[in-house]
Design a protein. Structure first.
Length: 744
């Protein structure tokens, strides 16, 4: 018998099955009655058929000895030995009578007018055929084409009795599979033949084309089983037992043909994997498919597709979301066998879970598939986020200014993707001596952040944070990550993340704040310099413009420091101080002088005492100079007269006087501008008259808006005038009476 390979024109559901071995068709026939050309004469030939029967009955196989005499009506099968089974299984029947499709009422391939009672006329292409009433032949075999399937993955062959055969166990006719299609001539059992189909198998083509030229005995049919209805498992091996009845006989023991083959269901298992996102922002996802159950020399393709990102990887969707291009890999033999591993990969630019599907084709026929929801656990590729780093540099020591200091941190985000997003959070802590970060200066409730645009070597600078006090500060900068980049995990005291904020200050004081000396005397001072800042100071210089002997050079101040703190001292440390005495001789005028002191801090900046630094300013010292200032006066003793001037006049020789005596006092010449006192007294008799002034000189001078300096010559002018009793006027002379005030 020739073996046949058929190209299936139309696919249904894909449970692919690859044939490991096909029937050895009628090569050996057991207890078969071979037909002769003489009608009605049969010759018994003892042989073992391709299913391994007949053999002696047993408990496991109670029908093993029943013979099948008409196996020759099974002309062939598709696929052939070593071929591909595909999604359908084909058995090819040809005899001098039409195929028995079933019991009473089974479909009929003739016209309805000639159809047996209860049968329905069908076209030559009969899908979902009606096999009529469930009928058994005299040997209890189903009177219709039937297929029995046994899973022999663990062991067994097609020509050995198997547990799923019709001959095995309790009668289990119900477990046989009836055809899903029949193409050609067919009839109910016992009916006359319908018209010959003359080699036409309908939509399948001609008998000669489909079977590759097998002998056609007049009536022919292709019996088809859809593998989707058989419950096959990919990768398993099955024994397939076919049973058909001759179209003209229905006898006990014979009149039935059987044939067996073993086949494996082609399978594909997959293991998906994924790489890490690169600087370009892409990641490679891969799938490895292991193909099994194919003809070792089959030709075809393995088709990979990736879908995603998935909203739920446990319930993936593989429609409208394919990524990359379809990857088609040709089946290729390794050590003479196409059943091995195949690989494919695509590049993705979005994070998430991607689901692979894999379809295996032999020719144009899909024979195995790992579908979208077949095995999400092994068909999901999840790219690994990149692992960026963020080394940072808080910079060098910073000097505290009048408005504090603005601190910034910089970092380079590397090892991530160029399209990284998200934020960098910058935290600043003030050291508290605990050994940890200390107290956070930035506000945790309102984080200090920078927006990220790339993590492939991009430099970022923090917003500035103002601090008001000196000390050590700790920065912590961390990237929060995004879907394609992991977050960073920098901690306190990272490399270059500690910055010192210094507040260099120097204070110089001069005492006493006030003193006086005799003319050409010597003024004595004590100068004290104190480091009131947070860092050491060196090269301290003291200056005093009014008392040059009180100035000191850097060399001289270092000697003072070493005298107090040891010969090894090179700087004046915080809270340290030194003092010394100095003087100024031959002081001839009072003066106010201010001492100054400057040093050099660790940043090589000059630090000077320029403010009050507290203290109470000395007499005549500016308030802004405070205790850096000293006042020096010249000692002396002076006097100043200040008394109440009065005068007395005596009138004599007048007769019955009635005029007036006028007293006028002048400082200097007797002109109105110099008059400081004037008093009139009325006279009624001769005698003495006294002024009644009660103001001192300074008061009299001030009342006339004159200088209150009392020293000078004062002149009295006394007159008698206005007498009406014939007494003449008496006019005195300016300065005839005077006094001179000389102050000491």
């Amino acid at each position: 018998m020739r073996e046949v390979v058929r190209k299936v024109p139309k696919r249904r559901r894909y449970i692919a099955v690859a044939l490991l071995a096909l029937f050895v068709m009628a090569a050996t026939v057991t207890t078969a009655t071979a037909r002769t050309h003489k009608a009605g004469v049969r010759t018994a030939i003892k042989a073992i058929d391709s299913c391994g029967y007949p053999v002696a009955n047993s408990t496991a196989f109670p029908r093993a000895a029943i013979t099948f005499n008409e196996s020759t009506v099974l002309k062939g099968f598709n696929p052939k030995t070593g071929g591909f089974l595909g999604d359908k299984i084909y058995a090819y029947y040809s005899d001098e009578h039409a195929l028995t499709l079933g019991g009473a009422g089974a479909d009929w391939s003739g016209t309805q007018a000639t159809a047996p009672a209860g049968s329905t006329a069908k076209s030559i292409d009969n899908t979902n055929p009606n096999t009529g009433a469930a009928t058994l032949d005299p040997s209890n075999r189903p009177l219709k084409p039937v297929l029995y399937v046994t899973d022999i993955t663990a062991g067994g062959t097609a020509n050995s009795p198997q547990s799923g055969d019709w001959q095995a166990g309790a009668l289990h006719n119900a477990t046989g599979f009836t055809p899903s299609e029949v193409h050609g001539s067919f009839k109910p059992a016992g009916a006359a033949d319908p018209p010959k189909n003359n080699g036409s198998l309908g939509t399948l083509g001609t008998w000669a084309t489909v079977t590759g030229g097998l002998k056609d005995e007049g009536f022919s049919a292709a019996i088809v089983w859809d593998t989707a209805s058989l419950g096959l498992t990919s990768g398993h091996i099955y024994k397939l037992q076919f049973m058909v009845h001759d179209g003209d006989q229905n006898q006990a023991g014979g009149d039935v043909g059987e044939g067996c083959t073993s086949a494996s269901a082609p399978g594909v298992t997959t293991v998906a994997s994924a790489g890490q996102f690169t600087a370009a922002g892409t990641a490679t996802i891969s799938d490895e498919a292991t193909v099994s159950g194919l003809n070792p020399t089959a030709t075809g393709t393995v088709v990979f597709k990736a879908f995603g990102p998935q909203a739920d990887k446990a319930n993936p969707v593989c429609s409208g979301n394919q990524v990359g291009t379809t990857q088609t890999v040709n089946l290729a033999q390794v050590n003479g066998n196409v059943n091995h591993k195949y690989n494919a990969s695509v590049s993705v630019s979005a994070a998430g879970d991607y689901t692979w599907t894999v379809d295996v084709f032999v020719g144009a026929l899909k024979v195995a598939s790992s579908g979208c929801t077949t095995d999400p656990a092994h068909e999901t590729s999840t790219p690994t986020p990149a692992g960026p780093t963020l080394p940072t540099d808080a910079g060098a020591t910073v000097r505290l200014g009048a408005n504090g200091a603005d601190l910034v941190d910089t970092g380079t985000l590397s090892g991530g993707t160029s399209d990284a997003t998200g934020t960098i959070t910058w935290q600043l802590f003030k050291d508290d001596g605990s050994g940890g970060c200390g107290v956070e200066v930035t506000d945790p409730a309102n984080p200090t952040t920078s927006t990220v645009a790339g993590a492939n070597g991009v430099k970022y600078t923090s917003p500035s944070v103002n601090v008001k006090t000196a000390g050590t500060y700790h920065w912590i900068a961390n990237y929060g990550g995004d879907s394609k980049n992991d977050k960073t995990s920098n901690t306190c005291n990272g490399t270059k993340e500690n910055v010192d904020v210094i507040d260099p200050q120097i204070d110089v004081s001069k005492s006493p704040a006030s003193q006086s000396v005799n003319f050409n005397g010597t003024a004595h001072f004590t100068i004290e310099v104190t480091n009131i800042g947070s860092v050491p100071l060196k090269d301290i210089v003291v200056t005093d413009d009014q008392a040059p002997n009180c100035g000191r050079t850097a060399t001289e101040t270092l000697a003072l420091i070493q005298a107090k703190y040891g010969a090894g001292a090179t700087t004046l440390l915080p809270k340290q101080s030194f003092k010394y005495d100095c003087s100024l001789s031959f002081v001839q005028a009072a003066f106010v002088n201010v001492v100054g002191a400057c040093g050099i801090d660790p940043l090589a900046n000059q630090v000077c005492d320029t403010d009050t630094n507290g203290g109470t300013p000395g007499q005549d010292c500016p308030a802004t100079e405070a205790n850096r200032c000293a006042n020096v006066g010249i000692e002396g003793l002076t006097t100043k007269q200040n008394f109440v001037p009065n005068d007395k006049a005596t009138l004599s020789g007048t007769i019955n006087p009635n005029g007036k005596i006028t007293f006028s006092l002048y400082k200097g010449a007797c002109v109105p501008a110099n008059q400081i006192y004037n008093e009139e007294q009325t006279v009624s008799a001769n005698g003495s008259f006294d002024t009644v002034n009660t103001d001192k000189l300074t008061a009299l001078l001030a009342a006339k808006n004159l200088s209150t300096e009392t020293a000078g010559t004062y002149n009295w002018l006394i007159t008698y005038t206005g007498d009406t009793h014939n007494n003449d006027d008496i006019i005195g002379t300016c300065g005839a009476e005077n006094f001179v005030v000389t102050n000491g």
